[in-house]
Design a protein around this ligand. Structure first.
Ligand code: ASP
Length: 308
């Protein structure tokens, strides 16, 4: 089995078969990374450059570990420590890196569409590790993997995505991924943080947190993306916490148990309280563990497409 795509630019461009193949391959890799010897030499002849033009903790470490577990050679690039600060263009920077015989690129960039743009200009296989407010495909895949692991299947499940939908690439990738897998999706947040076109994507929209929590099997709680907000989208953080913060009292008042996800980084006491984030209903650290297996699967499957 092979992916239908040469790059992972977004979940939008994957078929259901592609998603299922990645999830199944990740199951095998999860088993590998839980063995005493956590490595397989599948990418021994492959060189991967990690290009991070924007800050990252989990995603960057997770890709790096996935690459190491697969035996790839790795180059790490951070924009702030590079010649980008001297005015070099993205295509020039990348073409210089590729001249060093690099096969694959993992790129995080603040501009939506940056990975798609690059895929039109260079020959290497590209994995989008987050492009501005657009997509974060490996996050959605690891979220789907974690939900499937916890609930058995995704088809027919109800997933609420709560918080700053407008500025979140996690939201869009999750919507595409969950819908392709047959889930129902609801978004919940302040009117100013939910784009008007949401309903046209076939998702339910609510501004009432209790309604979302009563409806869902799974709540994916998002951080307010203050670094991408040019104006104030709600009157005060205190008001946001009162209306959209997930706390133990509201979770305990529901008539059913829900699974809680968060892509990280968490702002404890803002979108989620510590007692909920650290509770047995939370699968936040499972998401992080599963992220390595998902990224191994993506890199392994795309490596089959190197110079094809
Ligand atoms: N880590 C996720 C991202 O890179 C979510 C977040 O930053 O809030 O989009």
């Amino acid at each position: 089995m092979a992916l239908s795509v040469k790059h992972l630019l977004g979940i939008k461009y994957l078929s259901l078969e592609d998603i299922l193949l990645i999830l199944e391959t990740a199951e095998n890799f999860k088993e590998v990374i839980n063995r005493p010897i956590k490595r397989v030499p599948s990418l021994r002849d492959i060189t991967i450059a990690n290009l991070f033009f924007e800050n990252s903790t989990r995603t960057r470490l997770s890709f790096e570990l996935a690459e190491k577990r697969l035996g790839a050679d790795i180059l790490n690039f951070t924009a702030s420590a590079s010649s980008v600060t001297k005015g070099e263009t993205l295509v020039d920077t990348v073409n210089n890196i590729l001249s060093m015989k690099v096969d694959m690129l993992v790129m995080r960039h603040p501009n939506p569409g940056a990975a798609i743009f690059l895929s039109n200009h260079v020959s290497a296989n590209i994995v989008n590790a987050g492009d501005g407010t657009h997509e974060h495909p490996t996050q959605a895949l690891l979220d789907a993997f974690t939900i499937r692991e916890k609930l058995g299947e995704i088809k027919g499940k109800k997933i609420a995505i709560i918080g700053d939908i407008s500025h979140s690439r996690v939201a869009l990738s999750n919507i595409f991924c969950l819908q392709k897998l047959g889930a129902e999706v609801m978004v919940c947040g302040p009117t100013t943080l939910i784009p008007k076109h949401m309903a046209s994507l076939g998702v339910r929209v609510t501004h009432n947190l209790r309604e979302a929590l009563n409806w869902c099997d799974v709540a994916n709680v998002l951080r307010i993306q203050l670094e991408r907000q040019d104006i104030k989208y709600f009157p005060s953080l205190r008001e946001y916490i009162m209306l959209f913060g997930i706390n133990k009292a509201i979770i305990d008042s529901l008539d059913h148990e829900i699974v809680i996800l968060h892509p990280g980084p968490i702002n404890r006491g803002v979108e989620i309280t510590s007692d909920v984030a650290d509770s047995s209903q939370s699968v936040i650290l499972d998401q992080v563990e599963n992220g390595v297996a998902i990224r191994m699967a993506v890199l392994y499957l795309l490596a089959g497409k190197v110079s094809s």
